[in-house]
Design a protein around this ligand. Structure first.
Ligand SMILES: NC(=O)c1ccc[n+]([C@@H]2O[C@H](COP(=O)([O-])OP(=O)(O)OC[C@H]3O[C@@H](n4cnc5c(N)ncnc54)[C@H](O)[C@@H]3O)[C@@H](O)[C@H]2O)c1
Length: 264
């Protein structure tokens, strides 16, 4: 009964490429895509983790492969995307969930050098934008595809520094600039290629529980409607929804998966 609705999130025999698929959130996106029938390729610089996620997916009956790929090496991105499509075929879904950052990423604003700023913008924002642009161009030539860039609530609102007090945590200024840039570039791509049936969306998670300092967890939780941090398993279905036919009329969206933090 009503099969067009029952199956509208299925991704059977669709090629979904997940950059950063070996990470905290990316791993769950890979598993969720596999669960809905996609043929998944993980691109990541963490080969051991990538191979482990691939094995786990195969054990559960999923179709998943791993390919080492550095998405922050900006001059090589275009040829890397060509290599991936030559190896695996035309992609239907592109997800970028990478989180490249320098070793001094968590420095306070006053201590960030211009070199560090430029390196992070280049690796993260430029890596996301140039790869999405190249994938979109290829999808447009085929008249179809779905791109999901993983953003952050920090691309919508600035950090509330009171939640970090008494901890060694912070949120770098470059993160807000980068995620805001990715969010707006995704809207640009959605507009540019919409008539060619390429949809481009952002999924912006709130803070993910990862054994942070107790004081931070309490203060952060208090800022959300749901009163807690997220789990990576709660982010993945939003990505799969946007990848699927269930979201066929959704493009240019920044889907906030933030427990209501930005609602209050
Ligand atoms: N963890 C959070 O609380 C949180 C909250 C909001 C948004 N996000 C966003 O979610 C995304 C994933 O974050 P995460 O917490 O899973 O991070 P993570 O560090 O656990 O995973 C990131 C993955 O990207 C890979 N990677 C890094 N540089 C790469 C490169 N140059 N080329 C290819 N792969 C590369 C890493 O090896 C890793 O597997 C990021 O965009 C991050 O900004 C995270």
């Amino acid at each position: 009964m009503f099969n067009q609705y029952k199956n509208c999130v299925r991704l059977d025999s669709r090629l979904a490429v997940v950059a950063g698929g070996a990470g905290l959130i990316g791993t769950e996106i890979v598993k969720c895509l596999c669960a809905f029938g996609a043929d998944v390729v993980i691109l990541d610089v963490a080969a051991d983790r990538g191979e482990a996620v691939t094995r786990e997916a195969a054990e559960q009956g999923g179709s998943c492969r791993f390919d080492y790929c550095d998405l922050s090496a900006v001059p090589a991105i275009t040829s890397e995307i060509a290599r991936i499509e030559d190896s695996y075929g035309p992609m239907d879904v592109w997800v970028n969930c990478t989180y490249p950052r320098t070793a001094d990423w968590n420095r306070k604003l006053e201590d960030v050098t211009p070199e560090s700023w430029r390196a992070n913008v280049d690796m993260h924002m430029n890596g996301y934008c140039i790869s999405a642009g190249e994938v979109a161009r290829r999808m447009a030539a085929r008249e179809g595809g779905s791109i999901i860039n993983v953003g952050s609530i920090q691309g919508q609102v600035a950090p509330d520094f009171r939640i970090y007090e008494g901890t060694d945590m912070t949120s770098p200024a470059a993160y807000t600039a980068i995620k805001g840039g990715i969010r707006m570039y995704s809207k640009y791509l959605a507009s540019y290629y919409g008539r060619r049936n390429v949809r481009v969306n952002v999924v912006s998670p709130g803070g993910i529980f990862n054994n942070q300092a107790e004081a931070f967890i309490a203060r952060y939780s208090d800022k959300t409607c749901l009163g807690r941090l997220a789990s990576p398993q709660e982010i993945a279905p939003a990505v799969v929804f946007l990848a699927s036919g269930a979201a066929s009329y959704i493009t240019g969206l920044d889907l906030l998966v933030d427990g209501g933090l930005t609602a209050i």
